[in-house]
Design a protein around this ligand. Structure first.
Ligand SMILES: [Zn+2]
Length: 204
């Protein structure tokens, strides 16, 4: 099962690279490998050229299991998502221009609220454009365990979006399957592209 999911994830990684959402080897992508383990893409690789050998299996505290390689520094954030949501099977972390730019637009903002978009309905649990989808923003931090702790503390308020932003950095999305995580990621990247265009039009 996990191996099938890994094959599905490889296709999604190629899609993400082709969409230019992981420029310059940025971003990282994982699946739940066992109940208490995850498999995550090794850092520094071009995401359009990943193979199954480029994934490192770690426990949910980011410690590699039977592997000499060091996983991505951001593995602890993936691990926190799997700990907080027992149903999460896949976590996708993209570095896109819209999310990077919008998350810095107001450096005090704790969240970005989306409303009025049909595309909001791609997020599981959302059924209408009239609802408000709140995507929380965390300040970037090179101390990833500290950032993971901040995510844990905010979890009850933010988990319905299946996503959060890291300021000036990128987007984390997840789902109960690789397919659902991809849908959430693609929908949210679309929505943030719309928001960036909307802001640019309002200033034209
Ligand atoms: Zn990142």
């Amino acid at each position: 099962m996990a191996r099938e999911q890994l094959q599905a994830l490889l296709k999604v990684c190629e899609f993400i690279a082709n969409m230019r959402l992981s420029s310059a080897t940025g971003g990282n992508f994982s699946i739940r490998w066992q109940e208490q383990a995850l498999a995550i893409s090794a850092s520094g690789k071009d995401k359009s050229e990943l193979t199954v050998d480029d994934f490192v299996v770690c426990d949910l505290n980011a410690k590699p299991i039977k592997d000499e390689r060091r996983p991505s520094a951001e593995t602890a954030l993936h691990g926190m998502i799997y700990q907080m949501d027992p149903k999460a099977q896949c976590v996708l972390h993209t570095h896109s221009v819209p999310v990077t730019a919008l998350s810095l637009y107001n450096k005090e903002a704790q969240k970005w609220s989306l409303t009025g978009y049909e595309m909001q309905k791609v997020i599981s649990g959302f059924t209408s454009h009239e609802q408000t989808l709140e995507v929380f923003i965390f300040d970037n931090d090179q101390d990833i365990p500290r950032l993971a702790q901040a995510v844990k503390e905010m979890w009850p308020q933010m988990h319905r979006a299946y996503a959060f932003m890291v300021r000036g950095h990128g987007l984390y999305t997840w789902g109960t399957s690789v397919e659902e995580a991809k849908r959430h990621m693609e929908g949210l990247e679309f929505l943030f592209s719309c928001e960036l265009t909307r802001l640019q039009l309002s200033r034209a």
